[in-house]
Design a protein around this ligand. Structure first.
Ligand SMILES: Nc1ncnc2c1ncn2[C@@H]1O[C@H](COP(=O)(O)OP(=O)(O)OP(=O)(O)O)[C@@H](O)[C@H]1O
Length: 199
């Protein structure tokens, strides 16, 4: 079940092309980094790969066919700021179980404490909230995870715990990952290969 970007081009409105002719193939279980300067279009490319945005040119294929536009999406994305990705009017248990019911093993792996489940989002730290966003993205039908600066705002311990959990799940399920980060050490440690989005 490959994830394939074929000759992708994108621009906002009638502005200049952000990028054109982007080709990328991810195999199951592969961890690929995307690096490049701020504003180059990495997040935009991620949004296209996750089906949030349609490319102006080219196409994204999953398992040889266009990305599905209903049902559970096989490509899930986790953003830098968890508070932008959750409903502030829902308690954490509702946010966590929105798409599927994560099991105890996953909650433990991500260090999610049970007492957090009855709290509102504003009653948790950024690192605690991000664990929920990661759990929510790791449904059993997630085949590719896009981590766009997923742990940039977090301290080293939280960053390590979250990545340990994600890598363990990825190995077990042969889930592919796209890692967008400006941290070159993290990139080197995690990724099988890195695409320089500067060129
Ligand atoms: N909805 C939008 N409408 C118009 N321009 C946008 C929109 N979203 C992003 N842009 C612009 O597109 C460019 C690329 O943005 P993008 O977030 O994809 O870059 P990036 O490489 O991920 O940057 P960073 O490393 O800072 O996160 C930026 O110049 C941004 O201002």
């Amino acid at each position: 079940m490959q994830l394939e970007a074929k000759d992708i081009g994108f621009r906002y409105g009638d502005g200049p092309w952000l990028f054109q002719g982007v080709n990328l193939t991810l195999e199951p279980g592969e961890i690929v980094g995307i690096t490049g300067p701020s504003g180059r279009g990495k997040t935009t490319l991620c949004r296209i790969l996750a089906g949030f945005e349609a490319p102006i040119e080219g196409a994204v294929h999953f398992n040889g066919a266009p990305l599905p536009n209903n049902g559970y999406h096989p490509v899930q994305m986790v953003l830098q700021h968890p508070e932008k990705a959750i409903n502030p009017r829902w308690k954490m248990h509702k946010i966590l179980n929105e798409g599927y019911q994560p099991d105890k093993e996953l909650l433990d792996l991500l260090g999610i404490e049970r007492e957090w489940l009855t709290r509102w989002p504003h009653e948790l730290s950024g690192g605690e909230l991000q664990r929920f966003c990661v759990a929510r993205a790791l449904g059993p039908n997630t085949r590719y995870l896009i981590a766009d600066e997923m742990t940039t705002m977090l301290d080293a311990n939280t960053q390590a715990q979250i990545w340990h959990a994600v890598i363990e799940i990825a190995k077990k399920r042969e889930m592919g990952i796209i890692v967008v980060t400006h941290e070159s050490n993290l990139m080197r440690r995690l990724c099988h290969r890195v695409i320089d989005f500067n060129k």
